[in-house]
Design a protein around this ligand. Sequence first.
Ligand code: AHM
Ligand code: MG
Length: 335
Amino acid sequence: MQEKNRTLGEFIIENQEDFQYSSGELSRIFNSIKLASKVVSYKVNKAGLVDIVGAVGAKNIQGEDQQKLDVYANEIFIQTLTNREIVCGIASEENDDFITIKGKDNGNNNKYVILIDPLDGSSNIDVNVSVGTIFSVYRRISPVGNPVQLEDFLQPGTAQVAAGYVIYGTSTMLVYTTGQGVNGFTLNPAIGTFYLSHPKMKCPKDGLIYSVNEGNYIHFPQGVKDYIKYCQQEEEDRPYSSRYIGSLASDIHRNLIKGGVYLYPTSCKAVKGKLRLLYECNPMAFIIEQAGGKASDGVNRVLEIIPTSLHERTAFFSGSYNMVEKIEDCIHKAY
Ligand code: AHM
Ligand code: MG
């Protein structure tokens, strides 16, 4: 079958051996994510037409305003995954605590947990800029038969069995990995089917784009300031272009395709950084590494950080391998 005619469903079936445990369960998890993302995509596309934009009034666990669509996307993903009785628990960036999900016959026999940021970059919705969904799948470590435990969610990123993101942009795209490379699928909205559009995605080792919220420059650690100055110097292939959407999935997606680096450092205002290790950084790091790139907190490999809490934050530098190495080098030298 021609690459471009393959649907996501067909692709998962054809590549069942990629999933080291049970391929049937992976297909069912992906079916749920696929379905929920189509519903969210439809809603996001209608956001400008209906009275659905704007803050809903509630604050999420991080004290940030929740948009209506955040709440909606959160509900849809949780509902879809719960209804299919395939996971034993879900932790969402929008919820304080994880949710326990019963499986068949009201038992606790399901083996997988999902961590999800249902609508990342949601402050972009009001201005018609891309947003995304980011997700991770882990195999539980607590014994099957018991309710899911916190430890099932606090696993290092190296233990992910699958991760992906959906971008609701000019097209809706789903990109995922099961540890056997990265593949991207584009939604044909007319028939509601994802087609393989970006097979075997590879992140160029070098790039000419850096993505950072430079408004925070003054608050950044010296090593990061040094790297930004390096990007701006007129030398060899520099200065690099600066591109920052402010929507993690979209910024990473662009850098993955074109080459480039994304930076969200610690700062004196956000001493641990802003991005969440479990919902945002680990899934993106898994994808980037699988595409040949690198993801670091400035010193350590992100995927090896041992999480201690669900909503933990970290500094995040991710993208073209050599660019992330250069950032680590600048940070090291500034110490
Ligand atoms: P969110 O989960 O509250 O949407 O925040 C995450 C987003 C990322 O998508 C994006 O890269 C970053 O926050 C932008 O933050 P800032 O506006 O501080 O640059
Ligand atoms: Mg987020």
